[in-house]
Design a binder for this molecule. Structure first.
Ligand SMILES: [Zn+2]
Length: 304
């Protein structure tokens, strides 16, 4: 885990899951943006800040995915931090079983779904945020970035936008193949909004800090749009007989050469692909009918 200074008072810990860090002018307050996957990541962060004599007083969690707040419990146990999170995401951080529950389509999750990648330890949240400013750290601006998660927020400070998982870095975009989202239209709106924000650079949750962020964000838009259009093609090709949700997921995983080996990994792809199906249903480009106990999706052309 490398500790990188981006500009005066803006830093990030570069890792598989990036952790941002900012410090105010008189060095009386320092804020971590996300906490990494687990206590081992958090331990390294605390040690590094301590050795650089940088303050740690605030912890901001961008969204309730276990790889972003799994280290937060350890931080709260060892440092007196004021913890801030967006509304709704905060409910999951306090009740982290909700993540494997929603990935299990509402059922109580199988034991194998209750691992550190899908369920972080529960944390305390001291302050809720919405878009605007923070009561306890007025130097930052919070930016609403939904789509990847329900109510994700990023942090804008000193010319750097910590964008969480609103977009993936160029180096990891191809690797993810079908990036995780929960809402296609909100995700595209967020990406368009990010392109309009004028900053020196952006730190994505996964991937490198980037100054040419408009190009990377455009790549993210193109990938998402091509996934929607692949799903649309699969539905159109199913003709008058239609296709089930599960078979759409299967066709997409085959097309993108993704082979999830367990239900946890499968559920992440299913959720992402369902976001695109839902988008087509919302737009009325596709319709569904429950036949023989199976929800079957048809192209809108077969609406009869
Ligand atoms: Zn995430």
């Amino acid at each position: 885990m490398e500790f990188i200074e981006l500009s005066t008072d803006c830093y990030y810990f570069k890792s598989a899951v990036n952790i941002g860090y900012i410090v105010n002018n008189d060095k009386s307050k320092g804020m971590l943006i996300d906490a990494g996957l687990d206590s081992s990541a958090a331990k390294k962060v605390i040690k590094q800040l301590h050795s650089e004599k940088l303050p740690l007083t605030h912890l901001f969690i961008t969204h309730a995915h276990a790889d972003h707040f799994g280290g937060a419990f350890y931080i709260q146990q060892n440092v007196d931090v004021h913890t801030i999170a967006p509304a709704l995401e905060e409910a999951i951080m306090r009740n982290p079983i909700l993540e494997p529950i929603y990935l299990s389509q509402g059922n109580f999750p199988l034991k194998e779904m209750r691992n550190k990648f899908l369920e972080a330890p529960s944390i305390r949240v001291d302050e809720l945020c919405s878009e605007g400013s923070l009561e306890s750290f007025s130097e930052v601006q919070t930016i609403h970035l939904p789509g990847h998660s329900y109510n994700q927020h990023g942090i804008l400070f000193g010319g750097t936008l910590y964008a969480a998982d609103a977009f993936l870095g160029k180096d990891v975009l191809q690797k993810h193949k079908i990036p995780f989202i929960v809402d296609t239209s909100k995700n595209i709106e967020t990406l368009e909004k990010l392109k309009e924000i004028d900053v020196e650079g952006m730190v994505p949750g996964h991937g490198n800090y980037v100054t040419e962020y408009k190009d990377v964000i455009q790549d993210n838009i193109l990938i998402q749009e091509s996934i929607t259009s692949e799903v649309h093609n699969i539905i159109n090709h199913s003709g008058g007989s239609g296709i089930s949700f599960e078979n759409i997921v299967a066709a997409m995983l085959t097309k993108y050469e993704v082979e999830p080996t367990n239900l946890g990994a499968y559920s992440l792809f299913r959720t992402a692909i369902s976001a695109h199906v839902n988008q087509l249903l919302e737009q009325k480009s596709a319709v569904y009918k429950i036949t023989g106990g199976i929800p079957v999706i048809f192209s809108a052309a077969y609406k009869a």
